[in-house]
Design a binder for this molecule. Structure first.
Ligand SMILES: Cc1cc2nc3c(=O)[nH]c(=O)nc-3n(C[C@H](O)[C@H](O)[C@H](O)COP(=O)(O)OP(=O)(O)OC[C@H]3O[C@@H](n4cnc5c(N)ncnc54)[C@H](O)[C@@H]3O)c2cc1C
Length: 339
């Protein structure tokens, strides 16, 4: 008979690495799909550089990937725990719930399948990038450098003393511009609609805030990004009615929504919100029994490293409680039979 794992963790970013660590420390037979170069590249984990909103993370160049490596190294160095863990260095391509309630998980090549009693899905989300002349490529070097940011709670403070902007036509883009003004009062605050119609056109409160906070709304398409000699972002070239203009901007936050990596949750029939997050109970169990979600993919949580860690621990402990209950019931029945 093929091996049956207690817990299969899919994804090894912030949530997945903590899920794996908790599972082996709880003495569970654990399987992890760490993902591939392609899934890593499109994950948020890969874009997080220095973290300043968490103790013990300040000095990391690549905060999440470094901590993930440390988790797996530590497990490898401890024979007892390393024997508890099977690592698949690729992505999971399919999850199916079997009639007996277990899950069958297929690897990326479709060659191998694995069976687990519980699944913890930690595949995350990605922020939607603004298109410049039909491509997201022009923004990427600035995202890499940290002049373009995506998380207000992580990087909002960067607008202090900087000409700042949000990019987007969504109400969120306008609310975030207002928040950054209220919290940090940067010298200038702008919103780049990038050729789209503002969604707050009929929202009296937002229109009033934009007016009284002196937030400049720039309508035209962004054509290019200008940098100084140190490659720091300086300005956006924008198409206006008659001619192109240059608008200074040193820090920008795209606010265009998200791409949720929820395919595997959809495959098992879990309920998904309009934004693509997976609906769960407070322990992270989705509407499919024993199929859990941790990290940014879970509905209604802060998108942060420490919340991802906490979610993973709550979920794995809940699985552990169910497994121990099974063990307890079986121990009691055996004791009764032996009386
Ligand atoms: C630019 C930026 C800066 C940030 N800064 C901070 C900060 O300073 N502080 C903070 O607390 N938070 C920060 N965050 C938020 C933080 O990155 C996320 O909250 C956190 O990474 C979410 O963890 P996660 O496990 O859900 O997803 P991720 O960490 O993104 O991990 C997802 C993992 O799933 C894997 N994967 C995807 N699909 C599959 C598949 N089919 N099979 C197997 N594996 C798969 C990927 O390869 C990846 O390893 C920042 C985010 C961004 C974008």
């Amino acid at each position: 008979m093929s091996e049956i794992y207690d817990i299969a963790v899919i994804g090894a970013g912030a949530a997945g690495s903590m899920g794996v660590l908790r599972a082996v420390l709880n003495n569970k037979k654990t399987l992890v799909f760490k993902g591939s170069r392609a899934t890593n590249k499109r994950s948020r984990a890969m874009w997080v550089r220095k973290v300043v909103n968490m103790p013990l993370m300040f000095d990391r160049k690549r905060a999440i990937t470094e901590s993930v490596d440390e988790v797996f190294d530590w497990i490898q160095e401890h024979e007892y725990f390393s024997q508890k863990l099977t690592t698949i260095e690729q992505e999971a391509s399919n999850v199916e719930k079997l009639e007996d309630g277990k899950f069958k998980i297929t690897d990326a090549e479709g060659q191998n399948t694995y069976t687990a009693k519980f699944v913890l899905l930690c595949t995350g989300i990605m922020d939607t990038q603004p298109e410049i002349q039909g491509s997201i490529k022009p923004i990427l070097p600035y995202a890499n450098k940290g002049d373009v940011d995506y998380c207000i709670r992580c990087d909002g403070h960067k607008v202090i003393n900087k000409v700042s902007a949000t990019i987007g036509h969504t109400k969120t883009a306008a609310w975030v511009a207002a928040l950054l003004h209220e919290r940090y009062n940067p010298p200038e605050m702008k919103i780049f609609l990038n050729g789209k119609e503002a969604e707050w056109k009929d929202d009296a409160e937002l229109n009033e805030l934009i007016r009284i906070y002196n937030i400049k709304v720039i309508a035209g398409d962004i054509l290019s990004i200008k940098a100084d000699e140190n490659k720091a972002m300086q300005a956006f070239e924008v198409q206006e009615a008659d001619s192109n203009i240059e608008e200074n901007v040193e820090v920008a936050f795209p606010m265009l929504g998200q791409i949720a990596y929820n395919e595997l949750a959809k495959q098992v029939g879990a309920e998904i919100t309009d934004r693509g997050n997976v609906v769960t109970n407070e322990k992270g169990e989705s509407t499919v029994a024993n199929f859990y979600i941790a990290g940014d993919l879970r509905q209604g949580k802060k998108y942060q490293i420490y919340t991802s860690w906490d979610m993973a621990v709550d979920s794995v402990d809940d699985m552990d409680a169910k497994l121990r209950k099974e063990y307890r019931e079986s121990a009691k029945s055996k004791a009764l039979a032996n009386k």
